[in-house]
Design a protein around this ligand. Structure first.
Ligand SMILES: Cc1ncc(COP(=O)(O)O)c(N)n1
Length: 555
């Protein structure tokens, strides 16, 4: 018999959004994207679209009770999420049904998204229900996930003029919200702009606080650039998690400038419920769910005339979307680059590269580099051989074989280039291999021997992509008026042209397409993703070291 991993079931109790971006529809899509089975209890129907909510038709409370009963008496539910409850009757009913059903057994993880007002400004919870939500539902909840407006509304019911405008306000608001009785509070920072300075100030003022940097910042918490398309000083979104055991965490993400945010709160709370259903800790669940939601916004398609939905199914469908170039053509690769943005920039904009672009790079440095690169390419080709061995489709084998042929061609170019610099073939072959070359090359072989195809491709991409980036960057700079990059009379012109050329850029494109396909066909677990990030970072570091080595060879 086929062994199956247990399917986790998650229930959403929420309102229906006819336009499919928020509510029940967002929740079920998010459950599916997480590989969870989704059940749903509808509290109200809404007639809405990306421009607003045009009507609400609440479900009779008896029927809400009947739906909950039908689901819970039959299915084993591993986590529950509540969203729009709309009125006093239904809020009361949800609390009562949950209490009745779980009288003699533990309530599964309950994530309560206190949906009060839609992004478009429509009331989704009657004001009289707020007290009930606080007094009756929150004490049952594992987590509540208010945004700024919801937190202000909840707090104002006890304390007039609650106004949350800074990270400090957020911290004190979470503390007050926790006193309403849930086991934890996640206050979402989407409507409050923070900077890294704010995060540093808060974390130094609260020694116990855990800053989860989502892999976007280096150890010194400097703001980084991808070198491709991230602003110099990005505005941040910081979510604050406060647990009743006293643990406080900040989840720091760059702000995505997008109007495709309809359903963001529903998606985040649903993703957390799925992660909790799968047994993750609250902190891990929040971290993964925040990344999931962030990527959903990045991968969104413009839809409708107003605030369109995020892409709930980005992890399943990004590659199948015809015009992938709309916002972010390579989300997985971009995420890798962002995770090592500073290092990446140090590699592709290395002094070696800049001097080469100006045509003033010392011949000793280039000669050392080209000889070592010649040795390195042997490892590189062998690693692609391992990739072919790990491929299970002819397409995979073909693209690895093609990569090897490309490397063999690159070797020919190196030999010709060396001759033009008066280094003959024998001299090239006889050059001793430097430690840095061995370190990098043998690391690729090790990853190839021990890991899966995607991990090996991640290792190979740092070189493939980096050289492509260097070629394009220098060429683009050269085309500017009074550019610092000199092509005429530059002894390294041919080298630049080769990497900016169609042939090499085509190889880069194939590499990108392949890695995105692999990462989406077999979505990584958080642990596996972290491992891939580590491989990426190490290879980027080794690339930087390669050019450091060349610079050290100058007399
Ligand atoms: C049924 C339903 N549930 C929740 C929301 C909130 O979502 P948003 O804040 O994106 O409008 C909504 N608009 N409709």
């Amino acid at each position: 018999m086929l062994m199956k991993t247990p399917l986790r079931s998650v229930l959403t109790i929420a309102g229906s959004d006819s336009s499919g971006g928020a509510g029940i529809q967002a929740d079920l899509k998010t459950f599916a994207a997480h590989g969870c089975y989704g059940a749903s209890v509808i509290t109200a129907l809404t007639a809405q679209n990306t421009q607003g909510v045009h009507g609400v038709h609440p479900c009779p409370p008896e029927f809400v009770a009947q739906q909950i009963h039908s689901v819970l008496e039959d299915l084993e539910i591993n986590a529950i999420k509540t969203g729009m409850l709309y009125d006093v009757e239904n809020t009361k009913q949800v609390v009562e049904s949950l209490k009745t059903h779980y009288k003699n057994k533990p309530l599964p993880s309950l994530v309560c998204d206190p949906v009060c007002v839609s992004t478009s400004g429509h009331t989704l919870l009657h004001p009289e229900s707020v007290e009930l939500l606080i007094d009756e539902l929150f004490p049952l909840a594992t987590l509540i996930t208010p945004n700024k407006a919801e937190a202000e509304l909840l707090l104002s019911s006890r304390n007039p003029f609650a106004d949350i405008t800074s990270l400090e306000d957020m911290l004190s608001a979470t503390e007050q919200l926790l006193s309403f009785g849930s086991a934890a509070v996640l206050l979402k920072g989407g409507h409050i702009t923070s900077t890294m300075t704010d995060v540093i100030r808060i974390s130094s003022g609260h020694p116990g606080i855990n800053v989860v940097r989502q892999g976007l910042y280096d150890e010194n918490m400097e703001i980084l650039q991808t070198g491709i398309d991230v602003a110099d000083h990005p505005e941040l979104v910081v979510d604050v998690l406060y647990q009743s055991n006293g643990k406080k965490s900040l989840f720091v993400m760059p702000r995505v400038d997008s109007t495709s945010t309809h359903g963001t709160g529903c998606t985040l709370s649903s993703a957390i419920a799925c992660e909790l259903a799968c047994g993750l800790t609250l902190e891990e669940a929040t971290k993964n769910a925040a990344v999931f939601t962030h990527m959903g916004i990045e991968a969104a398609h413009p839809m409708g005339k107003g605030h369109g939905p995020l892409n709930h199914l980005h992890s399943l469908t990004t590659l199948k979307i015809p015009q992938r170039t709309l916002y972010n053509p390579y989300p997985f690769t971009r995420m890798l680059i962002q995770s090592t943005a500073k290092l990446w920039k140090e590699y592709v904009e290395h002094d070696f590269v800049k001097r080469l672009g100006r045509g003033v790079l010392e011949i000793e440095a280039f000669s050392h580099f080209i000889r070592q690169d010649y040795h390195f390419l042997k490892y590189y080709a062998r690693a692609y051989g391992l990739l072919a061995a790990k491929s299970t489709s002819f397409l995979g084998i073909e693209s690895s074989a093609q990569a090897i042929l490309n490397i063999l061609q690159e070797i020919q170019t190196h030999r010709a280039l060396c001759e033009s610099f008066c280094i003959n073939f024998q001299e090239l072959e006889n050059t001793p291999e430097a430690t840095t070359t061995t370190a990098y090359g043998s690391y690729l072989i090790t990853v190839g021997l021990e890991g899966d195809a995607t991990k090996l491709l991640v290792a190979l991409m740092a070189c493939l992509l980096g050289y492509g980036e260097v070629g394009l960057w220098l060429t683009k700079e050269a085309s500017k008026e009074n550019s610092w990059v000199v092509m005429e009379g530059n002894p390294y012109k041919k080298w630049i042209e080769d990497y900016a050329g169609q042939h090499y850029q085509n190889a880069v494109k194939i590499g990108l397409e392949t890695i995105e396909t692999l990462a989406i066909a077999d979505p990584p677990s958080p642990a596996r993703l972290e491992e891939w990030r580590g491989v990426w970072e190490r290879c980027t570091r080794l690339e930087r070291a390669f050019w450091d080595m060349a610079m050290d060879a100058r007399k």
